[in-house]
Every structure is written in structure tokens, then in C-alpha cells.
Design a protein around this ligand. Structure first.
Ligand code: URP
Ligand code: ZN
Ligand code: ZN
Ligand code: ZN
Length: 471
């Protein structure tokens, strides 16, 4: 197929618009939007009657090939971005981990070296900052000015591994905020949680359900509050990843009402499932061992409210896959590493391929999200908050021609064996969902055509990012 394509007669949905039009993609960007556009033989024509024409999904919380403790997430940049594409996501932001040995700049370079030849969609990275000193702050400034990396993630959890102290977080917030970037925080009180874990294990509570019981929502709330106060003092914007509970949300809601620039995401699993899954000592529960854990139905109710009224601005996956079966595709030390000790289960779950369809089903179809809001949460606002907009995140003349043709009338039943990532399970196994990604274009090139993969490893590009557009 020619790389110039006319999408005819689809229903174009952006964060603000909803109309039937033709969309002409030329040389990788959206060239013209109109009615009855005429094209020559050199342009491929796709009839999109009855389909939604959506901007490609932007997933700003993804862990591909991330080394976590003694193991690694089981999706490579190749498998994970192929899965993303099949799910209608055309841009991801992964993580580059600053290690003891190197600087944030080394971390970016390492991630790019791994990703470059493999990625099938466009990408960037947030740098995980584990240690802050004068040199690190210089490198962070350099990364923002010259490397196109304008966001950084810090952890208030995982003492001794990733956790940064409050002063380090404050220093980062102050500088990055002043320079026009964003600090993202994993907000949980790490030292208290580690104590609860130690006590549970000493009491002989080793099964996966104790993962959830040792990470109480109130410790997510405490850390969220602390993060907000640090950002307030630093006069900087702040972004909370994977918000799961009303304990956290209530601080976010109050802070926003006070005019503090606080932004936050939740993830599909917190909307799809609740903590009733943990009511067993079965090892299968390791599937649901992610951080924060699943919460109560009441928390879910508050997450939906916050999504509607803009107290939460993003739905990202936190795709962090580990296999259930030890040795699947050669991956070792995965979920079953923790069969006798829940604290050894690598934290995280897959979800990169099912984000759009699951949210369309439980959000749009059930009347909890408008179509525009669905696009805003999954594409436009993540692009704005992380310096990708308007290149990414909308359908507009001049924007990248990252386009999803979505069939709202089709339905599908989800099975892990049909998905395109490496993980051997999905939390949605056997669940029937309304809506289906039919075709996906990346910068005008068809990469997903129904069940067929037309993409290519290495065709994704690193996207240099600009300042955050938070207001
Ligand atoms: O369980 C999770 N979320 N694993 C990934 C690391 C993180 O905290 O985001
Ligand atoms: Zn440089
Ligand atoms: Zn996290
Ligand atoms: Zn994560």
C-alpha cells in the first residue's frame, strides 16, 4: 500500500470533535481533513464508513525489557510495541533506569540502543532517578535541553532499590518544574510497607494475597499528600502514576481545588477489578500482584468520578508483564519466584494491548465516559502532559498521521493466546468486550490490518519531547 492514504467517510473523534469526514495522510502527516476529498491513483483509499477515526493511543506508562530486581519484564521492545500497535497505541513512553554506575544520560542512551532496532511504534522514555546530586541535576538539565527527555520518575516506595528521599524528590521537582518538565511519582510509603511485609512473613503469611494486605491504601494516600506538599513548595507541577485509591485521590482533588498543578493517571486494572480477587491463598493470585494492589469497589467508584470530572487526566497501562509459567519463552524468575514468599513476586501485570478496547467497553459503552473523554484520557492529555502534543495525541492538519480505525459495533473475546505480546496470561482471559481495533496507521503507514501485522521492527522512532503543556 502507498504511504499516502485517504481514509474516507469515517467518524473523526478527537478530545473535542466528533464529525464525519475524509482524512488524507501524506508523507506521514495529516494533510487534509474535509468532505469529498479527491485523490489520484497514487493514493490508497480506505472506506471507513461506520468506523471511528481516532488519534493513535499514547501510553505513557510502559515497562518493556525493564530490569526489575533479578529479572526482566517479559516483553521486549519488539513484542511490546507490536502488542501496543494491535491495541491501537502508536506512541509509548517507557522507562530508562539510572543505575549506581551511570548517569541519567547513560540511562537514556542505553534504552535507545535497546529500543532502536526493535520498536514498531514511536517511543520515548522517562528517566527513573534513584540518586540526586549536583552532577545528576546537571545531566537532567542536559537531557531536557538536548536529548528531548522532559520527564523523570521517582519512587517513594522500594527502599534500598528505587526509593528516593523527600529532599531528593524536592530538588528534582524544583529544577525540572522550573525548566518546563514533569516529575512523575510512585507514591507509597516504602519504609512502612517494608515493615508490614516483614511482619507478615514472620507470621507465616506467605501467599500472594498478602501483597495486597501489606500495601494499604492509607500509605498511598500519605505519600501522595507528601508529594503534593513537596511540589507546592517547589512551585512545580507533579504527576502521580497508577493512582488506585480514594485515599490518594482525595489529596489530589483538594490540591487541584487549591490551584496546585497536580496531575494523575489511573490504569485499566483498577477500573476492571477489585480486591475481591485476593480472597484466596491460591498461587494464581500472583497474576494480580501489581503495585499498588487492586482496591475496593468504593475506590473504583471514586476513580470513575475523578475521570469524569478531570481530577484524573490520564489512563495509562503500567504494562509490566511477568510470565506465570516459569521458563515461558525462556523467561526466568518471573511470577513463580514468589510461590513461597509473596514479597519475591515481581510486581506488575500486562495490559498494553487491551487498554483502548477494555476502556471503550467498560467506560464508553457503559456510559461512564464520553467518546471525546475516552480519546482525551488515552491519547490527547498524555501527549500534552509529556511534551508530545500536537505531533501526537490528536487528528489535526500537520499532526503525525497516527490513526486508528475502530469498529464500535464489533465485539471480541480476549484470550492470551491471541494477543501479540510475550506474556502467557491476560487479566481479561475469556472476557467479551465491545469494540475492536480494525486498522492502525503509524505516520501514515498501515501497521495493523485486522489480524494482520504489517509493521516492522525498527520502524518506530524516538520522539524528542518538548515542555509539558499542563495548563
Ligand atoms: O506493579 C507495578 N506497578 N510494577 C511496575 C513498577 C511500578 O511501580 O510502576
Ligand atoms: Zn547530549
Ligand atoms: Zn510505580
Ligand atoms: Zn510502572
Amino acid at each position: 500500500m502507498s504511504s499516502d492514504t485517504l481514509i474516507r467517510n469515517g467518524r473523526v473523534i478527537t478530545a473535542t470533535d466528533d464529525y464525519v469526514a475524509d482524512v488524507l495522510m501524506r508523507a506521514g502527516v495529516i494533510h487534509t481533513i474535509g468532505r469529498g476529498i479527491e485523490v489520484g491513483e497514487d493514493v490508497a483509499v480506505v472506506d471507513a464508513t461506520g468506523l471511528y477515526v481516532l488519534p493513535g493511543g499514547v501510553d505513557t506508562h510502559v515497562h518493556l525489557e525493564n530490569v526489575i530486581g533479578p529479572t526482566i519484564t517479559c516483553d521486549t521492545f519488539a513484542s511490546g510495541t507490536r502488542a501496543a500497535a494491535f491495541g491501537g497505541t502508536t506512541t509509548i513512553v517507557d522507562f530508562a533506569l539510572q543505575t549506581e554506575a551511570d548517569s541519567p544520560l547513560g540511562a537514556i542512551a542505553r534504552a535507545q540502543r535497546s529500543a532502536e532496532s526493535q520498536v514498531a511504534v514511536d517511543y520515548s522514555v522517562h528517566v527513573i532517578i534513584t540518586r540526586v546530586d549536583d552532577q545528576v541535576l546537571k545531566d537532567v538539565r542536559h537531557a531536557m535541553r538536548f536529548e528531548g527527555v522532559t520527564s523523570f520518575k521517582m519512587f517513594m516506595a522500594y527502599p534500598g532499590v528505587m526509593m528516593a528521599d523527600d529532599a531528593s524528590i524536592f530538588r528534582m521537582l524544583r529544577q525540572v518544574g522550573a525548566d518546563g518538565g514533569m516529575v512523575a511519582l510512585h507514591a507509597e510509603n516504602g519504609t512502612v510497607i517494608d515493615l508490614l511485609i516483614k511482619e507478615a512473613l514472620e507470621a507465616g503469611h506467605t501467599s500472594p494475597r498478602y501483597h495486597a494486605m501489606t500495601r494499604p491504601a492509607i500509605m498511598e494516600g500519605e505519600a501522595t499528600h507528601r508529594g503534593i506538599r513537596l511540589a507546592e513548595l517547589a512551585e512545580a507541577p507533579i504527576y502521580f502514576v497508577h493512582v488506585s485509591s480514594n485515599e490518594a485521590l482525595k489529596h489530589i482533588v483538594t490540591a487541584r481545588a487549591e490551584g496546585i498543578p497536580v496531575f494523575a493517571e489511573t490504569c485499566p486494572h483498577y477500573l476492571l477489578f477489585d480486591d475481591s480477587v485476593y480472597a484466596t491463598d491460591d498461587l494464581e493470585i500472583a497474576k494480580y500482584v501489581m503495585t499498588p494492589p487492586l482496591r475496593k469497589p468504593n475506590d473504583q467508584k471514586h476513580l470513575w468520578r475523578a475521570l469524569r470530572y478531570d481530577d484524573l487526566q490520564v489512563i495509562a497501562t503500567d504494562h509490566c508483564p511477568f510470565c506465570m509459567k516459569e521458563g515461558h519463552l525462556g523467561y526466568r524468575l518471573q511470577k513463580m519466584r514468589g510461590k513461597d514468599d509473596f514479597s519475591l513476586i515481581p510486581n506488575g501485570a500486562p495490559g498494553i494491548e487491551t487498554r483502548l478496547v477494555s476502556l471503550f467497553d467498560i467506560g464508553v459503552m457503559q456510559g461512564k465516559l464520553s467518546l471525546n473523554r475516552f480519546v482525551e484520557l488515552t491519547s490527547t492529555t498524555p501527549a500534552k502532559l509529556f511534551g508530545l502534543f500536537p505531533k501526537k495525541g490528536t487528528i489535526a492538519v500537520g499532526s503525525d498521521a497516527d490513526v486508528v480505525l475502530f469498529d464500535p459495533a464489533a465485539s471480541q473475546t480476549i484470550y492470551a493466546r491471541d494477543l501479540h505480546g510475550n506474556c502467557d496470561y491476560t487479566l481479561l482471559e475469556g472476557r467479551t468486550l465491545q469494540g475492536k481495533v480494525e486498522k492502525v496507521f503509524l505516520r501514515g503507514q498501515l501497521i495493523v490490518d485486522g489480524a494482520q501485522w504489517q509493521g516492522r521492527e525498527g520502524m518506530g522512532q524516538f520522539v524528542p519531547r518538548g515542555e509539558v503543556k499542563a495548563f
